[in-house]
Design a protein around this ligand. Structure first.
Ligand code: SAH
Length: 211
């Protein structure tokens, strides 16, 4: 109980910090305020669950910094009922944020132990996302088109299949650049079929593996 209370206090402070840093989307802040981030982290890191930092989740991968999760989700502009594709399930935390916001989430992870752990945890917490083990670079042609797509690993260019699988009027957010530093790119698929691309600051992600 004492521990729960400490998490609650720390979580509230994190949400305040995110607001100060420019996260104003109420849906994003409320989602972060409801999700036990500690559950997505290794036991020895749980005391730091509400530090605004990325942490190792094993297999050379990371759970993204809360600010990064919040920034990407805000940029994605998620509406209730949106069909959202996530590339890089990792811990499942970003997926939980999207579920809390009322999205129907399809998420792909290429590393089996991470996929299994995220699947079991999300189920335990009551999130009904669709999890897939495989190469996210290809997207999910059978389940396309998507209203929104979020890529949580970096690549030199936007995987073309992901653009194809977006609905007209849909949005894609992805960190694009070299392994040391990436720009957060928002692509809007115009109803006419063209694309509008804008850049939104620098971030560092683990690589999207193109097999
Ligand atoms: N969204 C995650 C953070 C993911 S870290 C979270 O909230 O915790 C990026 C993840 O992308 C890693 O788990 C990595 O294994 C995965 N990944 C890298 N390349 C991939 C690919 N081609 N297809 C699917 N997942 C991939």
């Amino acid at each position: 109980m004492e521990q729960e209370n400490q998490y609650y206090v720390a979580r509230t402070k994190l949400v305040d910090k995110l607001l100060v840093k420019g996260i104003t989307n109420r849906g994003v802040l409320d989602a972060i305020n409801r999700i036990p981030r500690e559950a997505f982290m290794a036991e020895h890191f749980r005391n730091y669950a509400y530090a605004d930092k990325a942490f190792s989740i094993g297999e050379g991968q990371t759970i993204s910094q809360p600010y990064t999760v919040a920034f990407q989700t805000q940029l994605l502009d998620v509406d209730r009922g949106d069909k959202v594709l996530e590339i890089g399930t990792g811990s499942g935390y970003q997926c939980a944020v999207l579920c809390e916001m009322g999205a129907e989430v399809y998420t792909i992870e290429r590393i089996a132990p991470l996929f299994e752990k995220a699947r079991d945890l999300l189920q335990l917490l009551g999130y009904n996302a669709h999890l897939f083990l495989g190469d996210g670079y290809q997207g999910l042609p059978y389940f396309a088109p998507f209203d929104k797509t979020i890529v949580t690993a970096c690549s030199p260019e936007i995987p073309p299949n992901l653009l194809e699988q977006l609905k007209p009027g849909g949005k894609l957010v992805a960190p694009i650049g070299n392994p040391e530093s990436q720009q957060m790119i928002l692509v809007e698929k115009l109803p006419s079929g063209g694309y509008k691309q804008t850049a939104h600051g620098n971030f560092v992600f683990v690589p999207l593996i193109h097999s």
